[in-house]
Design a binder for this molecule. Structure first.
Ligand code: DGL
Length: 279
C-alpha cells in the first residue's frame, strides 16, 4: 500500500484521456499530471529530441515523489519507452503494449489499422509489437499529423465538418483495406473517436490507448503492492509548460468535466534536469 501519487505525462493535454480513465477505475489514487504544452507536438520531431524531452518530463515528475510513471503519449511510448522502462527507478508503463493487446483481442479478421503521429508511425513500434504477438495479422499504418493541433486547439468543436474532411483524407485508404479494428495510437485521438468512427465505418472497433493504459496502470500498481489505501477520492495536480490561461477550457474537453483546480506552470528545461546520463 502506498499513498504517493501516480505520475502521468504527455506532450500536451491528450494524456488527460488516460487520466480520466485512471481516475474512473482507481478513484482513490492521487495523480500528478504534466503536459508539455510549451513543446507540443512531439510527433513531428526527431528521435533524439523526443527521447530528451521524455527524460525531462519523467525527471520532473520523479521530483514530485511519484510511485509509478505512465507515459500517456503514443509518441513517447514508441520512441522512448525502452529508455524509460530501463532507467526509471519506479514501475513504468507506456501506451504501446496495453493497446496492442486490446487490439489483438478485438480483431476477428486479423486486419488492424494503426493511426498515430508521424514519429510513432516512423518508429514502427505498434506494427512490430502486433507482429511479435501475432505474426499472422495484417497491419495498416497511417500518420495523421494534423489531428494533434486540431484537438489541442479545440478546432474540432468549432469546425466539425473540416475536421471530418481531414479525417476522410487520412483514413479513406485504411477503410478500403478492410480493417476491422483501429488502434488510436495517440492519446489525443480518442477526442476524435466519433468522427474517426464515422469515417472508417461504425462496425470497426476503435481501441482507445488512454483507456487501455489506465487498465495496465491498475495492474502495475497491484503487482507492485502500490495501491493507495484511503477512503477519500484521490486528487489530481496539474502542471503544464505553457498556456495556463486556457488550460481549464481545453482540459475540460479531455476530462469531460469542468476543471476547477489551478494549474501550475513549469520551466521544464530547468525543472526536468535529468538525473540520467544523456542519450
Ligand atoms: N498524445 C501524444 C501521443 O500520444 C501526441 C503527440 C504529439 O505531441 O505529437 O502521441
Amino acid at each position: 500500500m502506498d499513498n504517493r501519487p501516480i505520475g502521468v505525462f504527455d506532450s500536451g493535454l491528450g494524456g488527460l484521456t488516460a487520466v480520466r480513465e485512471i481516475h474512473r477505475i482507481l478513484p482513490h489514487e492521487d495523480i500528478v499530471y504534466f503536459g508539455d504544452t510549451g513543446r507540443v507536438p512531439y510527433g513531428n520531431r526527431s528521435r533524439a529530441i523526443i527521447r530528451q524531452y521524455a527524460r525531462q518530463d519523467a525527471a520532473f515528475l520523479l521530483k514530485q515523489g511519484v510511485k509509478a510513471m505512465v507515459a500517456a503519449c503514443g509518441t513517447v511510448s514508441s520512441v522512448a519507452g525502452d529508455l524509460l522502462s530501463r532507467e526509471l527507478p519506479v514501475p513504468f508503463t507506456g501506451v504501446l503494449e496495453p493497446t496492442v493487446r486490446a487490439a489483438l483481442e478485438a480483431t476477428k479478421a486479423g486486419r488492424i489499422g494503426v493511426v498515430a503521429t508521424e514519429a510513432t508511425i516512423r518508429s514502427g513500434a505498434y506494427a512490430q509489437l502486433l507482429k511479435r504477438f501475432a505474426p499472422a495479422v495484417s497491419v495498416y499504418s497511417q500518420s495523421c499529423p494534423l489531428f494533434v493541433p486540431v484537438v489541442e486547439s479545440g478546432f474540432m468543436l468549432e469546425h466539425p465538418d473540416i475536421t471530418k474532411e481531414i479525417a476522410e483524407t487520412y483514413l479513406s485508404g485504411m477503410r478500403a483495406c478492410g480493417v476491422d479494428t483501429v488502434i488510436l495510437g495517440c492519446t489525443h485521438y480518442p477526442i476524435l473517436k466519433p468522427i474517426i468512427g464515422e469515417v472508417v465505418g461504425e462496425a470497426v472497433r476503435l481501441i482507445d490507448s488512454g483507456r487501455e493504459t489506465a487498465r495496465r496502470c491498475r495492474t502495475l500498481l497491484e503487482e507492485h503492492g502500490l495501491l493507495a489505501q484511503r477512503e477519500t477520492p484521490g486528487a489530481c495536480t496539474y502542471y503544464v509548460s505553457d498556456r495556463i490561461d486556457d488550460f481549464s477550457k481545453v482540459a475540460g474537453i479531455f476530462l469531460r468535466e469542468d476543471v476547477q483546480q489551478e494549474v501550475q506552470l513549469v520551466d521544464i528545461e530547468k525543472e526536468g534536469g535529468a538525473p540520467w546520463p544523456t542519450v
